[in-house]
Design a protein around this ligand. Structure first.
Ligand code: PLP
Length: 398
């Protein structure tokens, strides 16, 4: 068989850092070990029943057996606009300010195709969701990293970015509540972001994947709640996390009309829109009973409380996350992120994601997904405690 050479575009794609972790976990599992896998970001609970029922009903409607309208059904985009009005007080025109996408992973890559030319510059958070880099690489553009540091509450410090870099930038990726650091953003920060984006004329892409998951009674801020945000950017909202619909592949972009138009144009060439049944289910999720979301957030908050309490008990002194279903934990002195993550996997059979996989500023941390029930999370903490790395009695780390 002849092996065909990959295009230069494919060769530019970054390596999937976490493939190695997945392989190591599988190896231990096939050797019969009980691995508590907290290394990934795949929601563990099922989609609420009324949403599944909406899909079942819609699958019987012949209108959904045909091609969907290229840019999605208007009723679905209306539901997305109504959701933003209800949740954030943000008004959107469903025809020009909403684009439906096959999940935000795909949407994020598409926006880079829409806005970036070869050699252009994108500002990217470090640490950050690795897939921002994929779209930028496909567009053959360059990245400038914005370090997210604990000292700055894991928000980028715009004063530290040189003016010429800000001038060169065509797009800035942001994500709060943040994967992997679990930090949340303030309205002041988004207001400042609008100001900086206006001044330097770049587009802001705010990835709001964990928009519904804020703890201690704090509802995460939408970027579009800041005045002028629509002039300078868009926000992406996925149903994957809010409604446990990761497998359904449905998300949407809202905000700046020119960017929404670009996404729709690209999609006209790449796809016919989502299966109508998924669009109907998405509309039912967004505007149906939101008690399911409140319950889900409570579940994550209880898991967070349980896990952090148990870590503190074993002597691993860490702060409680403010949002998302991740905990971003500093590794003890003497270990790199990868060394510590490997130790936890091989000796405690607890899988975590090493922080450096999210960018060099992630070195010194591991990310834990709160994606197992409280009993398993407590057991994970206990197994880590049994390694005797931390001193149960002392206040700090060894
Ligand atoms: C920060 C962030 N953005 C986007 C996504 C992609 O979500 P989806 O493609 O399911 O909409 C994820 C998924 O884990 C994520 O963590």
């Amino acid at each position: 068989m002849r092996t065909f050479e990959q295009s230069e575009t494919l060769k530019r794609l970054p390596e999937q850092f976490f493939a190695k972790l997945v392989k190591n976990v599988q190896q231990l599992q096939s050797a019969g070990h009980d691995v508590i896998n907290l290394g990934q970001g795949n929601p563990d609970l099922p989609t609420p029943e009324h949403i599944v029922k909406a899909l079942q009903g819609a699958s019987e409607d012949p209108i959904n057996h045909k091609y969907s309208p290229f840019q999605g059904f208007l009723y679905a985009k209306q539901a997305m606009a109504d959701f933003y009005q209800r949740e954030y007080g943000v008004e959107l025109d469903p025809e020009t300010e909403v684009a439906i996408m096959f999940g935000s992973k795909e949407g994020l890559a598409e926006v880079s195709q829409c806005l970036l030319n070869p050699g252009d510059t994108a500002l990217v958070p470090d640490p950050g969701y690795p897939d921002y880099m994929s779209g930028i690489a496909l567009a053959d553009a360059k990245t400038e990293m914005m370090p997210l540091l604990a000292a700055n509450d894991f928000l980028p410090d715009y004063q530290q970015i040189p003016e010429d870099v800000l001038d060169l930038a065509k797009i800035m990726f942001l994500n709060y509540p943040n994967n992997p650091t679990s930090a949340t953003a303030t309205k002041e920060f988004f207001d400042e972001t609008v100001k900086v984006a206006k001044e330097h004329q770049f587009c802001v892409l705010h990835d709001f994947a964990y928009g519904s998951i804020g703890f201690d009674g704090n509802k995460p801020q939408s970027f579009l709640q800041s005045e002028g945000a629509k002039d300078v950017g868009i926000e992406m909202y996925t149903l994957s996390k809010t409604y446990n619909m990761a497998g359904w592949r449905v998300a949407f972009a809202v905000g700046n009309k020119s960017v929404v138009k670009g996404i729709n144009l690209l999609q006209d060439h790449l796809h016919v829109s989502l299966f109508g049944g998924i669009q109907a289910a998405a509309a039912s999720a967004l505007n149906g009973d939101q008690e399911v979301v409140r319950k889900l957030v409570d579940t994550y908050e209880n898991r967070r409380n349980c896990f952090i309490e148990n870590l503190n008990k074993i002597g691993w002194k860490v702060e409680a996350p403010k949002g998302t279903f991740f905990a971003w934990l500093p590794v003890p002195d003497g270990y790199s992120s990868e060394e510590f993550s490997e130790l936890l996997l091989n000796k405690a059979h607890v899988a975590t994601a090493p922080g450096n996989g999210f960018g060099s500023a992630g070195e010194g941390y591991v990310r834990v997904g709160l994606l197992a029930d409280e009993e398993r999370l407590a057991e994970a903490a206990e197994r880590i405690g049994n390694l005797n790395i931390f001193d149960r009695k002392s206040e700090g780390m060894k």
